[in-house]
Design a protein around this ligand. Structure first.
Ligand code: F6R
Length: 629
């Protein structure tokens, strides 16, 4: 199985050579379109000399537009055929809605430097304040814009573009890949990378930059993949690779042999597998900027609510559909334990036509990847009509649910393309943990010391998930033994029950197999009658307090001939004798195990569906965003 660390949010392209720059970067962006985006933009450094065929120039021209590339193209007019070094960007909004001013490139106050960015700048608020105090004007709400002003400030001091960019980067913390074009050095592109992907495509008398390989494939197959901490200067004739601190770096290019379709998926056969592998990054991004140096949770999104207001909520109502509902089930257990007040979780389609006990004393949590699910939106409106305060956990910035909420805590999963949700689920759960911890701390139900321990355990989750992915070969073996089976049960208690529901949903969605989840204690009240040889029963047993109870359930299933697959924490061996198969997961805090234990089951669902030849990324009868009732 292929292993890498893909990461796709915004699309980045750059070109320097003799082709028309704008046309080339737009063509490259089109090859990244499959990832989804909400706005786009280009910048070109026009030389203004005869050879370039341009009138005027010697400047940076920038065109950007909210919406699809076609909208941007409609705005380009005579820019379309401009020559000169160019950069292009498709944005997946994180900070600031999907508007034209928030689209990249962002530009310096003197209009001579333009910058595109993929990633999240954690300390942008503080830098923004500092730059504004220094007289810099901001034209967007993004975290990105601070970087271009930092570059301009440094350039004013040292008159050296490369040095100015290096200097600017010393001030920012967070994750980024950036590309800069400037009128000061119109034949050069500068790029740097910490966490988000960036590659250089090496052509003949021309060179390319992109966030992903498919963008450059029509032009070249010789590629250098940049690593964290790289800084690269790219001209028509070559590239110079150094560290951020300026130490030379040697890295051999490699020749891409993938076809374009495989390249779109980062070398993975399906988006689902790619998105499963993106989960450590997605969780880290969702935590990014939200954990203080003192190990508390910072959620500026909730600042609008005073301690008094938060304390006044006597109940919490969670509404969501499908996978998002399963994330809500995890939150219910966690929040009730922390906040000691009733938390109801309802399927949105039931809530909207019920007679819910919701009023001004209710905090309504709306969970949705797309932010457009019709039932969830209707439930939100019903809760609002009844006087509840609405806080949503949403992945798509500026979506309807986000717009209609009193506050939004965005997950940072990035675009999810496969219909079956994976990285959105784990980031929803992580965001819900953070909100719960924040509220418990604000309400003084959790001491700073206790919070610290939770926070430390939260920040261990990306590595724990990475370690599950590292053991994917074991899941592959298991899948090859189970691929012909047709009936699957998923059992668990407590947190494990919520994960059972999600794991069963994954299998049924993409493999079309019968997969049912039950609270393990319920089996003997009916479903146990269905267990016979050939039936697979996946038993989650990650909660120490409930382990003995699960072990009894495992034995009940085993005695009736079912094939038991037990999911247990590392070091736990008590189920080994009774279970037919064991999957061990890293031992994490019980409350956080849903983020880790779901991962081998996402993989199992994927591998079984693949073995059965199913259409994985777009399963029959299903849509990514369910905008009808
Ligand atoms: C399952 C899945 C769906 C969605 C549900 C809600 O893999 O993706 O069950 O979770 O349709 O969608 P959102 O989260 O966009 O509201």
């Amino acid at each position: 199985m292929l292993r890498s660390k893909p990461d796709q949010m915004c699309g980045i392209t750059g070109y320097v050579g003799d082709r028309p720059g704008v046309r080339t970067v737009i063509d490259m962006l089109r090859r990244l379109e499959y990832r989804g985006y909400d706005s786009a933009g280009v910048a070109v450094a026009t030389r203004g000399d005869e050879a370039s065929g341009l009138a005027g120039g010697g400047d940076i021209e920038i065109v950007k537009a909210a919406g699809k590339l076609a909208v941007l193209e409609g705005e380009l007019h005579d820019y379309w055929d401009k020559y000169g070094a160019a950069i292009g960007h498709t944005r997946w909004a994180t900070h600031g809605g999907p508007t034209t001013p928030n689209a990249h490139p962002h530009y310096s106050n003197d209009g001579r430097i333009a910058l595109i960015h993929n990633g999240i700048i954690e300390n942008f608020q503080e830098l923004r304040g500092e730059l504004q105090a220094g007289g810099f004007r901001f034209t967007s709400e993004t975290d990105t814009e601070v970087m271009v002003h930092l570059v301009e400030r440094a350039y004013r001091q040292n008159g050296d573009m490369e040095q100015a960019i290096r200097d600017a980067l010393t001030h920012v913390t967070g994750a980024y890949s950036i590309v800069v074009v400037s009128a000061h050095e119109p034949d050069t592109l500068y790029a740097a990378k910490t966490a988000s992907p960036l590659i250089v495509g090496l052509g003949d008398g021309e060179n390319f930059l992109a966030s992903d390989i498919p963008a450059v494939l029509p032009y070249t197959r010789r590629v250098v993949v940049l690593e964290d901490g790289d800084f690269v200067t790219v001209t028509k004739t070559g590239m110079c690779l150094t560290t951020l601190a300026g130490q030379p770096v040697t890295r051999e290019p490699f020749t891409v042999t993938w076809d374009e379709q495989t390249a779109e998926k980062g070398g993975f056969p399906h988006f689902m597998l790619k998105e499963i592998y993106e989960q450590p990054r997605a969780i880290a991004d969702t935590l990014r900027g939200r954990i203080s140096p003192e190990e508390t949770v910072i959620l500026p999104e909730l600042e609008a609510f005073s301690q008094k207001q938060l304390g006044a909520f006597t109940r919490v109502q969670i509404v969501a559909c499908g996978t998002a509902y399963h994330a809500g089930m995890v939150a219910k257990r966690f929040w009730e334990h922390l906040l000691r007040r009733p938390v109801d979780v309802s399927v949105a389609s039931e809530f909207r036509y019920g007679d819910p006990l919701v009023g001004p004393d209710t905090l309504c949590l709306v969970v949705s990847q797309s932010g457009e699910t019709a039932d969830t939106l209707a439930a939100l409106r019903e809760a609002r009509r009844l006087g509840a305060t609405i806080v949503s956990v949403v992945n798509v910035v500026g979506s309807s649910i986000a717009r209609e909420s009193d506050a939004v805590v965005y997950t940072q999963a990035g675009p999810e393309i496969c219909v079956a949700s994976t990285k959105a689920y784990v980031t929803q759960v992580v965001a819900l943990y953070m909100i719960g911890l924040h509220l418990a701390f604000v309400e003084e139900r959790l001491s700073q010391d206790a919070l610290k321990v939770y926070v430390r355990d939260l920040t261990a989750l990306p590595d724990a998930v990475e370690s599950v992915l590292g053991g994917a070969l074991l899941v592959e073996d298991l899948a090859s033994r189970l691929a012909e089976r047709t009936t699957f049960f998923y059992l668990g208690r407590g947190y494990d029950y919520a994960v059972s529901l999600e794991a069963a949903l994954k299998l049924k969605e993409i493999s079309y197999l019968h997969a049912e989840a039950y609270a393990a204690g319920e089996m003997k009240h009916g479903p146990l009658a269905l267990v016979e040889p050939g039936v697979v029963v996946i038993c989650f047993a990650t909660e120490p307090r409930l382990f003995d109870k699960m072990l009894s359930n495992i034995k009940e299933v085993s005695a009736r001939g079912g094939t038991v697959v037990a999911i247990v924490p590392e070091g736990e061996t008590r189920a080994d004798a009774a279970a037919d198969e064991i999957l061990r997961i890293p031992a994490v805090r019980t409350e956080f195990s849903p983020v880790v234990s779901v991962v081998p089951l996402q993989l199992l669902a994927y591998l079984i569906a693949r073995a059965r030849g199913c259409e994985i990324d777009q399963p029959r009868n299903l849509a990514k965003s369910v905008t009808v009732e």
